[in-house]
Structure formats: structure tokens, C-alpha cells
Ligand binder design. Structure first.
Ligand SMILES: Nc1ncnc2c1ncn2[C@@H]1O[C@H](COP(=O)(O)OP(=O)(O)OP(=O)(O)O)[C@@H](O)[C@H]1O
Ligand SMILES: [Mg+2]
Length: 571
């Protein structure tokens, strides 16, 4: 079953709809006051135009008897001007509320994404998440802030118009009453298709954004593998798919609008003819006929607007679903621990872990004394990074437990708070756009220049940094643009060292360095650092000489731990 169908199936589910409604009410609650304001303003404006319509009747009726009532005429002019002023005011307020609402939801979603449990959120493509943060939030804000109130307003309008018609001519009112359900039934008939199209529409947006984002961030791969043509084809395909959706969508909307207009025009013609007939019989006045015509004019816009509102409501529901799905992902829980231990040991007790069904690591058992340097080796794909993710509490083991032994406060099971005493150099390129100093401040927000240079020296980055004309203020573009891979790695190491945390994790952090530089960096890190417990993942055996113990992972997910000399003897 494809994604659109799955989502659509979920939307049909009653409990799911109730949950979605509750979520939307919860989201809009803080802004409800403002929405009510806009609604009331529109209501007042509507009231004024109805008053103007009715006064118009008396102007016409007076005129047919040869009387000109200037007071009523002036009142009509006045109400028109007031209506215009009110609509300006209400437009300004609603766009302000719309932006305030959408940006707040965006902020909340952004925070939620940042704080979601890594293993769950990492399943989403960043392009998809960006679509949810932009278009979906736009759709939701449009729905909650503008469409719902204006839909309610339209119903009010229809109701009042019906009341007025009923007052002046019950027969025509009853006729109008039949037209309403016909229109509604018609819309219900197309409901299913609308929902389906809207879901697909959103998904196609996520799809092309993710695709473009990925291509644009890896242009060298595109060029060197000569992928331009293939990518253009993919874009062409995405365009076709999207255009197909747009055509189907707008075909449906147009049919809907046309039928609504047909129903409406029938009403108009019938009302007009009926009015003429009644005048000929002397049952109603010219003034009453002008009321009919004017009422018809007033609901005209609303009724055809109603046809457009339906797809927008579905779009809102789909967006709400896509946003709430992400906001409801389990969050990491920080308990707010702040004390920084000076020395940290580790006990890993009977730990096994699987991303899905298959266990990646099995029965890990080892302990590390504070200040020890642990090498972690093993063929690619055996679970080295996975172990690190568990140490960082990015993911939790399915079995067993991981406890840090703190000098200050006994033991602490690995949890998001544990990251306060861990520095980490991830595999791959992880610097951010901005200056080198900005990057170093990620490791320590209030780092001084001296501290920065010290960290750079430790990471063997001082020499090339001295050559940069802008020094610490050297700007990096996306993905460390402007630095070599090995230079970027050393900045990433300096970023980790600057915080002087008692635990340091290097995940192939020196893989892009020449052996001599790597050796200097590891020597700097491990020498005279009795307080720092290090985990060094490496594929280079010679680098293990800086370690006290070596953990070896095998292809079956099991581990052995040896002292360095035992390990060397074995090899
Ligand atoms: N996010 C993930 N979801 C599902 N499976 C994953 C995920 N990350 C890693 N794996 C799988 O877990 C296994 C171990 O991956 P891991 O990254 O821990 O290996 P590694 O020992 O660090 O390898 P390398 O030396 O190549 O970095 C691999 O088979 C990989 O396919
Ligand atoms: Mg790895």
C-alpha cells in the first residue's frame, strides 16, 4: 500500500479524526481569542451590510411613492464606507495573526524535532521535515486562522439571508432552503477524492524538496558521476507527477465551482422571476425585490467561496496530520542535571541492541576506569558507531544497561543528561556554516580566544589556522567549504576538546589525516590527560598504541576486550 493510501486510511479512522481535532483545538487555543476578534469584526461588517440592504428597500419603496429619503440614503453611504474601513482593519489583523500563529507553530515543531528521540526522528528525510515546517504549517495556519472562521461566517450569512427572505416571502425562502442541501450533498460526494488528492499533493512536495536538497548538497557527486542528465529526468518526472496532480485537483475544483454556480444561478433566476411575478400581482413592493437581488448578491461570493473552502479544509487536515505525527514523536527527557564530574568511569552490562529485528551487538560486557583510553576496532558495519550512540544515549539498548560511574554522584545510567560530560567527534563532516570561532563555540559557548587557540593546537590545527588571513573569523561555507577534509576533522576535534569534558569519544575522527599528524593529535589528546576517559574508534592498528585497552568487535556482533599488550600479543 502506498503512503498516500495509508494516510488516507488513517484519516478515515474516527478515533484518528477525534485525536486530530483535539490536537488542532490544543494548537489554536492560545490564538483563539484573536480568531474570535477577527470573526466578530467580520460579523459586524456583515451586519452593517444587511442593515444597508434593508434600508435600501425603504429608499426604493419611498421613491416609488415619490418620496426621497435623504437620511436613509446618507445612512447607506455611511455604512458602505464603514464596511470598507472595517475590511481593511480586519485584513491587517488577520495577516498578523496568521503569521504569529504559523511562526509559533513552526518554532514549536522545530523544537520538537530537535528534542525528539534520535532513532525515531532520523527516519524522516530532512527535506520532508522542511516541507512540514513550511508548507504544512502554512496550510494549517490558513485553515485554522482564516478558513474555519470564514466558513462559520458563510453559514451565518446564509442563515441570516434565509431569515430575511422568510420574513419578506416565505415561498422563496423555502425554495432557497432546498438549494442548500443539494450543494452540500454534492460536496460530500467529492469528499473522498479531495482528501486523496490533497494527501498526494503534500507528499509530492516532500518528495521533490528532499530530492532537490540532496542533489544540491552533493553537487560534486552529481558532477563527477555525471548525474546531471539523470537528475534532470527525475525532475521532469516529478514535474509531470505534480502537474498531473494539479490538473486533477483543479479539474475537481472547477467542476465543483461550476455546479455550485449553476445551483446558485438557478436560485437567482428563480428568485428574480418569482419577484417579478409577485410584483405584477401587487404582492410585494419594488423595494422587496431589491432586497432579494441584494441578498442574492451578498451570498454569491460566499457560496462560490464554499466550493474552494472544501479542498482547503482537507489540505488543513492533511497538514495537521503531518505536523502532529512529528510533534507526537517521543521526546528525549532531560532531568536537568548540571553538576560536572571531574572523572568518569563506565560499566556496560550485558548490552544487546537491534535497529530492527536483527541484533547488531550482542552481550556487551566491559568496564572502563576513569582516565582510561579505550580503542574500539572491528570490521566496517560491526556496530562501533552503534555502541557510541548508546554511550551518548542517542538510542537505548534493548537489553542490559550502561552506567557511568561519576566521582561526584555515584552512578548514572546513560541518559540524555549524560551528554553534559561527554565530548564527541562524529564520523564525517559535521561543521556548520559560519566562522571557525562559531564552530568552536559549539563546544564551549563562552570560549576565549586563548582557549580556542589552545584547542586548535591540541588538535594539530594551529599551523594551518595561522595561515588563514581571517584567523578564527575565517568563514566556512556549507559542509566546511574552504577547508580540506583533514583540516575540517581537526577543527571538529578542537570543537570537542575545548569543552574539556571528562569523556571524549572519537569516531574515526582522524581518518582523513596522514599518519604523522594523526599520531601527533592522538598523542596530544592522550598524554597528560589522566582525567579524561577516551574512546577511540579507528581502523588503523598503529594508533592503538595510545590506548590502554582494546575492544574488538567481530562480524557476529560479539566483543572481546584486552589490554593493549594482550591484544598486540594476539595479533
Ligand atoms: N540508523 C540505522 N538504522 C538501521 N540500521 C542501522 C542504522 N545505523 C546503522 N545500522 C546498521 O547497523 C550496523 C552497524 O552499523 P555501525 O554504523 O554501528 O557500524 P560501524 O562499526 O560504525 O561501521 P563503520 O566502521 O563502517 O563506521 C550496520 O549493519 C548498519 O547497517
Ligand atoms: Mg562507524
Amino acid at each position: 500500500m502506498n503512503k498516500a493510501k495509508k494516510l488516507w486510511k488513517k484519516l478515515k479512522n474516527k478515533d484518528e479524526n477525534i485525536r486530530l481535532m483535539k490536537w488542532m483545538i490544543h494548537v489554536v487555543k492560545p490564538y483563539f481569542r484573536f480568531v474570535i476578534y477577527v470573526f466578530l469584526i467580520s460579523l459586524v461588517s456583515m451586519g452593517i451590510s444587511y442593515a444597508s440592504t434593508i434600508i435600501g428597500k425603504y429608499v426604493v419603496d419611498d421613491a416609488t411613492t415619490g418620496v426621497i429619503d435623504f437620511r436613509n440614503m446618507a445612512f447607506m453611504c455611511g455604512t458602505t464606507i464603514v464596511s470598507i474601513l472595517i475590511s481593511i482593519f480586519s485584513n491587517i489583523i488577520s495577516s498578523y495573526i496568521n503569521e504569529k500563529f504559523s511562526f509559533s507553530i513552526r518554532q514549536k515543531l522545530f523544537n520538537d524535532i530537535q528534542r525528539s528521540v534520535w532513532i525515531k526522528i532520523s527516519k524522516y528525510h530532512s527535506g520532508d521535515l522542511v516541507t512540514r515546517l513550511t508548507s504544512d504549517i502554512g496550510g494549517l495556519a490558513d485553515g485554522l486562522i482564516s478558513i474555519l472562521p470564514s466558513t462559520i461566517l458563510i453559514f451565518f450569512q446564509l442563515l441570516i439571508s434565509f431569515g430575511i427572505l422568510l420574513y419578506y416571502d416565505w415561498q422563496i425562502a423555502v425554495f432557497a432552503l432546498f438549494l442548500g442541501p443539494i450543494g452540500a450533498a454534492f460536496m460530500l460526494f467529492f469528499r473522498k477524492k479531495y482528501k486523496e488528492y490533497q494527501t498526494k499533493f503534500r507528499e509530492s512536495e516532500s518528495e521533490y524538496r528532499s530530492f532537490m536538497q540532496e542533489v544540491l548538497s552533493e553537487l560534486t557527486v552529481v558532477k563527477t558521476f555525471r548525474q546531471e542528465g539523470a537528475n534532470e529526468e527525475v525532475m521532469e518526472g516529478l514535474k509531470k507527477k505534480r502537474l498531473g496532480l494539479v490538473i486533477r485537483n483543479s479539474r475537481l475544483s472547477s467542476i465543483m465551482s461550476a455546479v455550485m454556480r449553476l445551483i446558485y444561478s438557478t436560485g437567482y433566476v428563480v428568485a428574480f422571476c418569482w419577484g417579478a411575478y409577485r410584483i405584477s400581482k401587487g404582492d410585494i413592493t419594488y423595494g422587496t425585490l431589491t432586497v432579494f437581488i441584494s441578498l442574492v448578491g451578498q451570498v454569491q461570493g460566499s457560496v462560490s467561496g464554499l466550493a474552494n473552502i472544501v479542498p482547503r479544509i482537507y489540505s488543513m487536515l492533511i497538514s495537521a496530520k503531518r505536523i502532529s505525527d512529528v510533534t507526537e514523536i517521543q521526546k528525549e527527557i532531560y532531568t536537568g542535571k548540571t553538576e560536572l564530574p571531574k572523572k568518569v568511569g563506565l560499566v556496560v552490562n550485558d548490552v544487546s541492541f537491534a535497529y530492527a529485528d536483527e541484533l547488531i551487538v550482542k552481550d556487551l560486557n566491559f568496564s572502563v576506569n576513569p582516565g582510561e583510553k579505550i580503542g574500539i576496532v572491528g570490521p566496517s558495519g560491526t556496530g562501533k558507531t552503534t555502541i557510541i550512540r548508546m554511550l551518548l544515549a542517542l538510542t537505548a539498548p534493548q537489553k542490559g544497561d550502561i552506567r557511568y560511574v561519576l566521582d561526584s554522584a555515584g552512578e548514572e545510567t546513560a541518559c540524555p543528561d549524560s551528554r553534559r560530560f561527554i565530548s564527541y567527534v562524529p564520523q564525517g563532516n559535521t561543521l556548520k556554516t559560519g566562522t571557525i570561532a562559531d564552530n568552536l563555540r559549539v563546544g564551549k559557548a563562552d570560549a576565549t580566544e586563548d582557549e580556542m587557540w589552545h584547542a586548535l593546537r591540541m588538535a594539530s590545527a594551529e599551523k594551518f589556522m595561522k595561515k588563514q588571513t581571517d584567523g578564527l573569523e575565517t568563514e566556512l561555507s556549507e559542509k566546511s567549504g574552504g577547508l580540506s577534509e583533514g583540516q575540517a576533522q581537526r577543527i571538529a576535534i578542537a570543537r570537542a576538546l575545548i569543552g574539556e569534558k571528562p569523556v571524549l569519544i572519537l569516531d574515526e575522527a582522524t581518518s582523513a589525516l596522514d599518519e604523522d599528524t594523526e599520531s601527533v593529535v592522538l598523542k596530544n589528546i592522550t598524554e597528560n590527560s589522566d582525567l579524561i576517559t577516551c574512546f577511540i574508534i579507528t581502523h588503523r592498528r598503529s594508533m592503538l598504541r595510545y590506548c590502554d585497552k582494546v575492544i574488538e568487535l567481530d562480524d557476529d556482533g560479539y566483543m572481546t576486550i584486552n589490554t593493549l599488550s594482550q591484544y598486540n600479543q594476539k595479533k
